[in-house]
Design a protein around this ligand. Structure first.
Ligand SMILES: *Cc1c(COP(=O)(O)O)cnc(C)c1O
Length: 228
């Protein structure tokens, strides 16, 4: 199948999952994950209608953005090191992976220097996996309270990368937990903090994520094929 055919199929599945959950398909935005995908294939995807691309490495994204331009939005979905904050602030329309006060402070400093407001999501490590980034759930509210006073950071919601489980249905409790956390944080009414986005769901499990409230689904393999 061509990238265009796979994109149409994914869009159809997103629509179906949204309707099944009684949600508007327009409430779910596709982030096409183009990490490791070459420029030609990304261009094919853009020509087929992709509007938002997700990258997990700042330097890789820098080259691609220089080559392909900003007719599409670019999101950072992978872990961000503090020493790349400067470049990240200059490149991305949304950073999905803010997971520490230290990183938030670095982004705030760079955003002031560059005169930018940076939209961010806070990543939560729901299963408290050692190998993964993200704040533990009990540290979420304190982090949001600190970020709320950072003038240049616009917090729009939460991200999760739950454990990979063979059966997508087994991932549902994690997606549900992220939505509940977002609801709790919205109730806490922290100034400057919005909870309008939930970034969750990948090729393997995005339909379940949509049923549980995902507004941003990050899909790579199902669109561009297996990564080499
Ligand atoms: C690679 C990646 C994805 C996309 O994974 P697929 O299984 O290819 O859809 C989504 N989110 C993050 C954080 C990733 O690193």
């Amino acid at each position: 199948m061509s990238i265009e055919e796979r994109l149409r199929e994914v869009e159809g599945r997103i629509e179906k999952a949204a309707l099944k959950a009684g949600r508007s398909p327009d409430a779910v935005q596709l982030v096409a994950v183009s990490k490791t995908v070459d420029l030609g294939r990304i261009q094919e995807g853009i020509a087929a209608g992709i509007k938002t691309l997700g990258e997990n490495r700042v330097q890789e994204a820098e080259g691609k953005i220089a080559a392909l331009g900003r007719s599409v939005s670019w999101h950072l979905i992978g872990h961000l090191q503090t020493n790349k904050a400067k470049l990240a602030v200059s490149l991305f329309d949304l950073i999905h992976s803010v997971d520490s006060l230290h990183l938030a402070e670095a982004l705030q400093r760079q955003a002031i220097t560059q005169g930018r407001v940076v939209p961010i999501l806070v990543e939560v490590n729901l299963a408290e996996e050692e190998s993964k980034s993200g704040v533990h759930p009990e540290s979420l509210e304190p982090l949001l309270r600190s970020v709320s006073s950072m003038s240049q950071l616009q917090t729009l919601g939460l991200t999760a990368v739950p454990p990979f489980l063979e059966e997508p249905e087994q991932v549902r409790p994690y997606f549900r937990r992220l939505r509940e956390l977002a609801e709790e944080m919205a109730k806490a009414q922290i100034k400057n903090i919005e909870m309008k986005h939930l970034s969750m769901g990948m090729s393997h499990d995005f339909e379940i994520a949509i049923e549980e409230g995902a507004t941003l689904v990050r899909i790579g393999t199902a669109i561009f094929g297996p990564r080499g």
